[in-house]
Design a protein around this ligand. Structure first.
Ligand code: COA
Length: 241
């Protein structure tokens, strides 16, 4: 399967600016399912509500185009930790090949990814983090923590956000929420001399997943955002006998 990790299985990535769609919020609202509308109605903060409506309506539109059905025919199912997926049976379609997607939103950007393999996305607005060292202790492996602490403070914010988005996109590809300790796998290969270096391929040492191999892609985003998309591309035991 690893050989297939290239061109055809590389996820397709779409980025959308919310502000280009806000004027259609009412129209988009009417394209959502009953459940989605009631979820939207539960949001008390206006821009969070609008962001959910726009991103869900666009997700429906993009999927509908890809698989050739009407947006309102789409039925989503949710994994044990809330990861949405297409419910082909309830949607009434028979897919020739697997279809995976994931969504992430931050501030005014929405990131979508679609692929043949389980995929996860994360985008974060670049900001000064409160107590980066404490966050680092929670998400970086012991081995790398020392190197992280040797970096200038300003650089630590950037490195940490990059690590965060890569790890979060991996967690989202797996769909397992935080049941996987993110400290148990490392995405950061940086050093003091080269702090922004990251592994493209990451092994997940977890019995539940049978040593999965994940590929992580950094994204080219506007300067004020960082983000990553990851996808499950193989299994160490199966692919490296
Ligand atoms: C959903 C979750 C996985 C990410 O949430 P987030 O970063 O706040 O939000 P994002 O915008 O990146 O992603 C939200 C989208 O992910 C999708 N999603 C929800 N649950 C998911 C799950 N378990 N797995 C994958 N995707 C999920 C949904 O499409 C959701 O969008 P929607 O609410 O419009 O339907 C969150 O529940 C979570 O557990 N985060 C962990 C936070 C953390 O401590 N991470 C450490 C990383 S180092």
């Amino acid at each position: 399967m690893l050989k297939n990790c290239r061109a055809r299985t590389k996820p397709e990535i779409r980025m959308v600016k919310l502000k280009d769609h806000l004027k259609f919020v009412d129209k988009y609202y009417s394209t959502l399912s009953v459940d989605e509308r009631s979820r939207a109605d539960r949001f008390t903060i206006k821009n969070v509500r609008e962001r959910f409506i726009v991103s869900r309506a666009l997700l429906r539109t993009l999927i509908a185009k890809k698989i050739g059905i009407k947006t309102n025919a789409i039925v989503f199912a949710y994994g044990p930790h809330g990861k949405p997926q297409l419910d082909a049976v309830m949607t009434g379609i028979s897919l020739k090949e697997p279809f995976h997607f994931n969504v992430s939103h931050s501030k005014s950007m929405v990131l979508f990814c679609f692929g043949l393999l389980p995929v996860g996305a994360d985008i974060e607005f670049v900001r000064k983090l409160n107590n980066p060292d404490r966050i680092a202790q929670r998400i970086i492996s012991k081995r790398k923590l020392k190197i992280f602490r040797s970096l200038p403070l300003k650089m630590r914010h950037e490195v940490l956000l990059q690590i965060w988005t890569r790890k979060e996109s991996i967690v989202k590809a797996l769909g397992c929420g935080l049941t996987i300790p993110v400290k148990n796998f490392e995405v950061w290969t940086g050093s003091k001399a080269d702090p922004l270096s990251f592994a493209r391929r990451v092994e997940i040492p977890d019995e539940r997943f049978g040593d999965l191999i994940i590929e992580s892609l950094a994204l080219k985003l506007p300067k004020t955002y960082v983000g990553a998309v990851s996808f499950i591309c193989g299994n160490k035991q199966k692919d490296n006998p």
